[in-house]
Design a protein around this ligand. Structure first.
Ligand code: F6P
Length: 327
């Protein structure tokens, strides 16, 4: 029989995402509603190893729902990948008499959480916080909506100058090995083409599309490139295209970490609040070593092992629609 849960440690880990603070706020407020104590771990697994835990009160999460980033800070931890590092981390949790953890992060965060829970039998619940939206078990990850709105706003600005100069722009977006940001930015910005890791579009095929547009008097064009594309990033793809088709004056813009910052959208604040609330109530209902998620607008709990290992596929119907609407 599990020990009753009275003290929860919560941490943010991996790449930060707009909405992480909203999730943290929901965790703390829901925990206090159920008379639980919450400890914030600073700088993710690095801070856990170093014992950087501090009690969080309700007021500590006031006035943060609208702030990007994470007040707990985050880090990528090489030490935590070692058994010795995880042992030190667990000893920190013991020192604060922690009964369970809530991990807010992405794939790497949950891989660490799964190891910690297996090696030390500590209950953990994951909250999907990454702009990449690449986690199986949830339709949306916290930060994704804000990131695509940032990217679409940037591409709207690029379109203005591309139109003024009759230029071809290659715009690179984040997403690590996935194309969710690129595909949704491409559709939302009305881009001419989208290059994503999940769809095997050759450079020749891209050149053919650009040539057809040029023949149809398309005086400028914007191509959205997911950073994980097999042909390289925007700079590499632009170079390969220019070698075959140089009718446009070509430019490259890499949006980069702008996609990670900024005030979270309302969608992300509501999503983060729902997932943070569900994480605490799930722990109290006996959920263990699962990731909270939203599927068809319903809260779901997916085993961490599935969230980590199962592929989340890019929606094929969206890919097909994007192709057709860009013609
Ligand atoms: O996982 C989120 C993410 O923004 C990816 O899209 C990107 O490739 C990566 O983090 C960048 O990591 P860092 O901020 O450590 O350079």
């Amino acid at each position: 029989m599990d020990k009753p849960i009275k003290r929860i440690a919560v941490y943010t880990s991996g790449g930060d995402a707009p909405g992480m603070n909203a999730a943290l706020r929901a965790v703390v407020r829901t925990a206090y509603y159920h008379d639980l104590h919450v400890y914030g771990v600073f700088r993710g697994y690095e801070g856990m190893i170093d014992g950087k835990l501090e009690r969080l009160e309700r007021r500590d999460v006031g006035n943060i729902i609208h702030r990007g980033g994470t007040i707990l800070k985050t880090a990528r931890s090489k030490r935590f990948r070692t058994a010795e590092g995880r042992k030190l981390a667990y000893e920190s949790l013991l020192a604060f008499d922690i009964d369970a953890c809530i991990a807010i992060g992405g794939n790497g965060t949950f891989m660490g959480a799964k190891l910690l829970s297996e090696e030390y039998q500590i209950p953990i619940i994951g909250i999907p916080g990454t702009i990449d939206n690449d986690l199986y078990g949830t339709d949306y990850t916290i930060g994704f909506d804000t990131a695509i709105n940032t990217a679409v706003e940037a591409v709207d600005r690029i379109r203005d100058t591309a139109d003024s100069h009759n230029r071809l722009f290659f715009v690179e977006v984040m997403g690590r090995h996935s194309g969710f940001i690129a595909l949704n930015t491409g559709i939302g910005s009305g881009a001419g083409s989208v290059m994503v890791p999940e769809v095997d579009t050759s450079i020749d095929q891209l050149v053919e599309k650009l040539k057809k547009g040029y023949k149809r008097k398309k005086l400028f064009s914007v191509v959205i490139v997911a950073e994980g594309n097999k042909h390289g990033g925007a700079t590499e793809i632009a170079q390969q295209v220019k070698e075959k088709f140089d009718f446009y004056d070509t430019k490259v813009t890499i949006i980069g970490h702008l996609q990670r910052g900024g005030a979270p959208s309302c969608f992300d604040r509501v999503l983060a609040s729902r997932l943070g609330f569900a994480a605490v109530e799930g722990l109290l209902k006996g959920e263990r070593n699962v990731m909270t998620g939203i599927q068809n607008n319903e809260i779901s709990y997916t085993p961490l092992s599935d969230a980590i290992t199962k592929e989340k596929n890019l929606q094929e119907d969206l890919v097909r629609m994007a192709e057709i609407l860009a013609m």
